[in-house]
Each structure stands twice: as structure tokens, then as C-alpha cells.
Design a protein around this ligand. Structure first.
Ligand SMILES: [Fe+2]
Ligand SMILES: [Fe+2]
Length: 327
């Protein structure tokens, strides 16, 4: 194996990547490292072609995971985004690995979006990636359950955004919505649903104690701020705004920002609202431990008329008939 003489330790910032994500005969413009003992060793310098032989050698040595330097993350991300459709269509790649690649790359993209939500290119990339993920969910056998397995339930706004998008699209599919544009517009809105939070300080967002009326007022503005940010880019379909604007509206008018009645909440708002509440409960946060699927579903049902009962029942069925039977 051609190992070059360059060593770095695992303590440096490196990003693990899937070997399957690398396309044969594509030129890879980032360095590839292997983990050998306690070291990361440069295996292939950027710009060398990645051939069938390279892949075979790695597989012969039972290597499935490679590493890239953290500083080359955005190059890797661009590479994945431009190859994601081929990866999804590739029959050689196990579905669980595809789910991992889709999930990880969406997570990295959302990090960029949250760092710079007004950058049009980031929003365009989100739309493209949601399109590919929707495709994955539509065509992939059991794609949602594979995604569930790779999902991270440690709370960060970016993992939360990807989780809500995944739940929302799978939920809509489960409800019988099959139109691709319907699912893409929902998924894009769901992925961006909390983008307005970028205007609120982490101190307020992560506060453990009770929020002051002023802080609460700020929090309640994030749906509208999100729409304002996205509208400025002119890249997202108008219907996606419903997921952003209405994900905190509740059927019994207890929600915000408008306190809408159930019949006035768009289906995107309702779906994203359920996906959002469920994910918020099942992920670990600074101030809260995660709860399991069943207690989370139960808590949603206990909120009487806040959510559309029919939809909640369907959501529980999606998450697992076993859970449903206990409710
Ligand atoms: Fe929110
Ligand atoms: Fe949220």
C-alpha cells in the first residue's frame, strides 16, 4: 500500500468519511488519510485519481473508513453534493451506508447554512440536497428506517434540522403524499425551519432557567425571521414558508406567532410541527435528557387538542406500530 511519509495523530481535527462515497475514476481534490494504530497516515494526496484498483486495495485490507483533514471539509462536501445522485443510485452501496452519507452531508450543509443563512448559494445547495434526499426516501427500500439508524440524537440546531426534515418527508410519504415537488418543498422548509434562530443569541437559546417575557418574545419571532431570511434569497418555493412560519402553531390556538386555528394551519406547518416537537423531545439537550419514542409520543397525545389527532396517530404508526399499540 502506498503510504506516504506524513503522520498526524487522531487528536488533530479529522473527519471520518465512507469509502463508498468516493467514486471510481473521479479526481478527488482532498487528502485521504488512513487510521493506522494511533496515527492517521496520509494515504493519497489530493488530485490523484481514485481508481478501481485503489478501492480494491483498500477493501482487500478491510478498510471501510477514511479520514480527511478538517480544513478540507468544504472541498469534500462539494464533491459529495455533486456526486450524491450517483451514490444514491449505486446498487453496490448498501442502503445503510447511503443513509449515512445522505445524513452526514446534509448535516455538514446545514452547518454552512446556519453560519451564513443569507448566502444564496447555501440555500440553493439545500434545495438540491433535499431533492436528492427526497429521491432517496421515495426510491430506497426502507430508507427511513435506515436513516433512523444513522440519525444523531444529540441536540445541535443542525442535527435537529436534518432530523426534522427526515421525519417530515417520511411522514408525508406515510400519509400518502407522493408528488415529488410536494415532498421537496416540504423538506426544504423543514430543513430550514429554525433558520430564524440564527438571529437569537445562544445564551437565550440554551438558557436552563425560565425565560423572561422579553426573551420569550424574541424566541417567538424566529419563525417570521426565518421566512424573512429565506425570502430574501428568492430561491425557495413560497409553499416552503409554511413549514418555517407555522411549525409552532397549534390546532388549539396555543401556538405562535399568529395563534392560528387548526383549520388555518397549512399541512406543511402541521407535519413540521409534529416532527419538530417529537425530535425536540427525543434528543439530548443541555438542559434536558432525551426521552424514548414511546414516552415522547405519549406526551404529544397528552397535549389534548394541540395537534391534529389523526395526524398524530399516523405519526405514531410511522414510528412503529409497537409504540402505537401502547398508547
Ligand atoms: Fe422552531
Ligand atoms: Fe425546531
Amino acid at each position: 500500500m502506498a503510504i506516504m511519509n506524513s503522520k498526524r495523530t487522531l487528536t488533530d481535527k479529522f473527519l471520518p468519511i465512507y469509502l463508498e462515497a468516493l467514486r471510481i475514476d473521479s479526481v478527488i481534490d482532498f487528502d485521504l488519510y488512513l487510521s493506522i494504530g494511533h496515527d492517521l497516515v496520509l494515504y493519497r494526496a489530493a488530485d490523484l485519481p481514485f481508481t478501481e484498483k485503489t478501492r480494491a486495495t483498500l477493501l482487500d485490507n478491510n478498510i471501510k473508513q477514511l479520514f480527511i483533514p478538517g480544513g478540507e471539509r468544504s472541498r469534500y462536501q462539494t464533491y459529495i453534493e455533486s456526486n450524491i445522485n450517483q451514490i444514491i443510485e449505486d446498487r453496490e452501496i448498501p442502503e445503510t451506508t447511503k443513509a449515512g452519507i445522505v445524513y452526514d452531508s446534509t448535516k455538514l450543509l446545514v452547518k454552512d447554512v446556519l453560519d451564513n443563512p443569507t448566502l444564496s448559494d447555501n440555500i440553493r445547495r439545500s434545495k438540491d440536497l433535499v431533492e436528492s434526499s427526497v429521491n432517496f426516501v421515495i426510491k430506497g427500500q426502507d430508507a427511513f428506517h435506515n436513516l433512523l439508524m444513522v440519525m444523531s440524537f444529540d441536540y445541535y440546531t443542525y442535527t435537529h434540522s436534518v432530523n426534522v426534515c427526515t421525519f417530515a418527508v417520511a411522514f408525508a410519504r406515510h400519509l400518502g403524499y407522493s408528488d415529488e415537488d410536494f415532498l421537496i418543498n416540504l423538506g426544504t422548509g423543514a430543513l430550514l425551519h429554525d433558520v430564524g434562530k440564527t438571529k437569537i443569541s445562544d445564551r437565550i437559546l440554551n438558557k436552563r432557567s425560565r425565560l423572561s417575557p422579553l426573551e420569550l418574545e424574541l424566541i417567538r419571532k424566529h419563525p417570521q425571521w426565518g421566512v424573512d431570511l429565506i425570502r430574501d434569497t428568492n430561491l425557495v418555493h413560497d409553499s416552503s414558508y409554511y413549514a418555517i412560519l407555522q411549525h409552532h402553531e397549534r390546532d388549539d390556538q396555543s401556538g405562535y406567532p399568529a395563534g392560528l386555528r387548526g383549520e388555518d394551519i397549512h399541512i406543511y406547518g402541521k407535519i413540521t410541527g409534529i416532527a419538530d416537537s417529537f425530535d425536540a423531545m427525543t434528543t439530548r439537550r443541555v438542559y434536558q435528557n432525551a426521552v424514548e419514542t414511546y414516552p415522547a409520543l405519549k406526551a404529544l397525545f397528552e397535549r389534548e387538542n394541540a395537534f391534529d389527532r389523526n395526524l398524530l396517530e399516523q405519526f405514531a404508526l410511522l414510528m412503529g406500530p409497537r409504540e402505537m399499540a401502547q398508547l
